[in-house]
Design a protein. Structure first.
Length: 281
């Protein structure tokens, strides 16, 4: 077990790294976030991620959609763009145009998700992996870790964590488990829970207790991944983006409280961002 203690999460840790635009900014310098869609029947989760990434400040957000899901995605989106991909090479080409690409929410538990995740890791400047993009590597986690070339963020809940790190029990010392997992994989990791832990391969470790139990609702984690991806697309360090996303996500949950659903979270971001912007130094 580790003797390392996690630092409490607070805006003082990451506010100076927040990627605010300046007077000369335009959409192309504010970062491009790609979000990989799953099949037509499972598109809602990634649209939540895309909406959150756009709300948190990414200049461009594009849903990368298999052909069968293009119409359903396009019918739901306005500011978020939709681009079709037909195979891993076309997906990789799309990911190459982004500063960050997110994959996993609603991606599907199929071989395509394995191939698409590897294409994202090869093409995108940075990546956020959640949900199905992690679960599909439970039989070959080292293949996933070896494919990481740039900054990568994993956002597992405890079940997904166990699937790709079966030898690191989270039922005991969660701090030790997530610290070792981050070093083993080479990715920044948010281990989600009532208390979320953020670990970096370089040994940094933060605990986020600033949250609400009402965030335990379908789609909430997809919004968290989208906030982190949107910040990374704007050039924020993956660890700082993960810490900021956890705190912001938790603050939104505290403000909205009982009755919140995941769709409420991105829409509550502007008021919070106004306050953070006013408080910057």
């Amino acid at each position: 077990m580790t003797n390392q203690a996690a630092v409490p999460n607070s805006p003082s840790l990451w506010m100076n790294s927040w990627p605010w635009p300046d007077r000369d900014s335009h959409k192309h310098v504010r970062g491009h976030l790609g979000c990989v869609s799953g099949p037509a029947s499972s598109t809602g989760a990634v649209r939540l991620s895309a909406r959150a990434g756009l709300r948190v400040g990414a200049g461009l957000v594009t849903l990368f959609s298999p052909p069968g899901a293009v119409l359903v995605n396009a019918s739901h989106e306005t500011a978020v763009m939709v681009k079709s991909f037909s195979d891993v090479e076309s997906l990789k080409a799309l990911a190459c145009r982004t500063q960050c690409t997110l994959i996993g929410p609603g991606a599907g538990l199929t071989r395509d998700t394995i191939d698409n995740t590897l294409a994202v890791l090869e093409g995108a400047a940075s990546a956020v992996l959640d949900a199905d993009a992690l679960t599909m590597f439970k039989e070959q986690p080292q293949r996933l870790f070896s494919a990481i070339k740039g900054p990568a963020l994993f956002t597992p809940h405890e079940g997904e964590f166990r699937r790709i790190f079966p030898d690191l029990p989270v039922s005991g010392d969660r701090v030790d488990a997530v610290s070792k997992a981050s070093k083993q994989s080479g990715a920044v990791i948010i281990l989600k829970g009532a208390s979320s832990l953020v670990a970096s391969p370089d040994g940094r470790l933060v605990e986020n207790t600033h949250a609400s139990p009402f965030l335990a609702t379908a789609g909430s984690g997809d919004v968290l991944a989208g906030i982190a991806g949107g910040l990374m697309a704007q050039g924020m360090d993956a660890f700082d983006a993960a810490c900021a996303a956890c705190w912001v996500h938790g603050e939104l949950g505290l403000r909205l409280g009982p009755g919140l659903i995941a769709e409420d979270l991105p829409e509550a971001l502007p008021a919070l961002l106004h306050e953070l912007y006013a408080a910057r130094t």
